[in-house]
Design a protein around this ligand. Structure first.
Ligand code: AMP
Ligand code: ZN
Length: 470
């Protein structure tokens, strides 16, 4: 498989340290709020990558952290701890907030068919490990104490900026928000490993350390959680592109200084989900969640389909119109599959030909949109219905669009409007038009009218289902 590597700035053949095994690490969510559908774009693409590596025969060991301490409102070292901000907003403790949003994150993942990694580690459970690695960095001369905090000394590195193929705009994201300079730093690029004095006043979670009571910086968590669970050699590190700098750059600095050898061979970065106002972000206040999509009647898997229709290395523009188009294409595809009879003979060589089409798309830097066209190729092929369904199930083991299940449900559900009185079908048409115009208040009003006439209207993954109340 060829996969773009941010470290070498080229599509490299994917290789692992131990043949047949992938040590994979993914930066997890900062659990101070719901994940937005932009964050989830990254997790969807990482999920497809993990499943594809499994499909081509690798044994994948995937680790993820949960950031429940240390991530400040700026990705530099300024601002408040995001967790504290969330706790204040909701008048709860940091740990209550962390539990609530961690559970919510995995619920969203489930709805999007994103597999939970085997190993998930909350940062607060690894404090001793952070202290151990920071102590070692101090001993080796890579870290220093100033103004009560412990900093990583970037001047000790031969090369600090490892990822420099990003636009200034992307590089600036992490530091733009932080305007106040930290006078303790010896070099502008130095970063905090352990906070004691600064940002300390109302920090709720703090731990004892050789440098005083405090809490860890954000970057050290990923280095330590990965090194402890994936081992000294990491094959694949994933995250959104905004994490490339400073977060991943700092992870490399710490891990390689601690280990004394190169750490991770392949860096996979997913580009942003954007709206008219730019990158979708939690700090901007209004953002879209999976629950909101569901409230508006969208199947979460139609959003997954929308993401897979474009390449992970391109920014993706979100609009309701774009999502509507993806949802319509998804439903059409499911309908086509539902019309396929599970019968007929088997043609292995033709199946292999179609498999090769799917694989060559995915082998070429995870080209998921081309891989989706392989599904249409299967349906258009001269294969038997049984072979077609077998291949769709196989490819969907990687794409995880729930297509077979959607098709099954479609077979069993009564089609919209069948055997309904004209009065109801008229109202359904009006409601459809209102929803299309995003006039959800009017759509709800019409639904109430339909309900008053003795019918229930339900939005399901397969579309609108109308039934006469018993
Ligand atoms: P956070 O919860 O802020 O730590 O972010 C979780 C993951 O989502 C990280 O890998 C981010 O790089 C990624 N991310 C944040 N915003 C976006 C976006 N608009 N589009 C895609 N990925 C994003
Ligand atoms: Zn990370």
């Amino acid at each position: 498989m060829y996969l773009y590597n941010s470290l070498t700035r080229s599509k490299d053949e994917f290789k692992t340290h131990t043949p047949g095994r992938v040590e994979m690490y993914t930066c997890g969510p900062t659990v101070y709020h719901y994940a937005h559908i932009g964050n989830l774009r990254s997790y969807i693409m990482e999920d497809v990558l993990e499943k594809y590596l499994g499909y081509i025969g690798y044994d994948v060991d995937r680790v993820m952290n949960i950031t429940d301490v240390g991530h400040l409102t700026s990705d530099g070292d300024t601002g408040d701890d995001k967790m504290l901000k969330g706790a204040k907003r909701e008048h709860k403790t940091v740990m209550e907030i962390a539990k609530f949003y961690t559970d919510a994150f995995f619920e969203d993942c489930k709805k999007l068919n994103i597999k939970k990694p085997e190993t998930v580690v909350p940062a607060t459970s690894y404090i001793d490990e952070f202290i151990r690695v920071i102590s070692s960095l101090m001993e080796k001369g890579y870290a220093y104490e100033a103004g009560g905090n412990i900093y990583f000394d970037t001047s000790k590195l031969e090369k600090y900026y490892v990822f420099n193929d990003f636009s200034e705009e992307d590089l600036a994201v992490g530091v733009r928000e932080g305007v106040e300079a930290d006078g303790n730093k010896r070099n502008k690029t130095d970063f905090v490993l352990w906070f004691t004095k600064s940002k300390f006043e109302d920090q709720e979670l703090k731990w004892d350390s050789p440098w005083g009571v405090g809490y860890p910086g954000w970057h050290i968590e990923c280095s330590c959680i990965s090194m402890k669970n994936n081992g000294e050699y990491l094959d694949l590190h994933c995250g959104g592109i905004d994490n490339a700098f400073p977060h991943h750059t700092n992870e490399i600095a710490q891990s390689e200084s601690y280990l004394g050898h190169p750490w991770c061979g392949h860096w996979f970065h997913v580009h942003h989900l954007n709206t008219q106002g730019g990158k979708m972000s939690k700090s901007k206040g209004e953002f879209l969640t999976v629950s909101l999509l569901e409230e508006k009647g969208y199947n979460p898997l139609a959003y997954r389909f929308f993401c897979l229709q474009s390449h992970y290395r391109k920014g993706l523009m979100f609009s309701w119109e774009n999502l509507d188009n993806a949802a319509a294409a998804y439903n059409k595809l499911a309908a086509k599959i539902s019309q396929t009879e599970n019968s007929g003979g088997h043609d292995e060589s033709k199946c292999d030909e179609l498999r090769n089409g799917f694989k060559s798309a995915m082998d070429n830097d995870l080209n998921t949109s081309l891989a989706i066209t392989s599904l249409y190729d299967v349906l258009k092929s001269g294969l038997s219905g049984a072979d077609k369904l077998m291949l769709i199930k196989e490819f969907d083991g990687v794409l995880s669009l729930g297509l077979i299940e959607a098709a099954e449900k479609l077979k069993n559900a009564a089609p919209e409007g069948s055997e309904l009185p004209e009065e109801i079908t008229d109202l359904l048409e009006q409601r459809k038009a209102a929803r299309k115009e995003k006039n959800f208040a009017l759509a709800d009003e019409i639904r109430d009218k339909i309900s008053a006439l003795g019918y229930t209207v339900e939005e399901t993954r397969q579309g609108t289902v109308v039934k006469r109340r018993q």
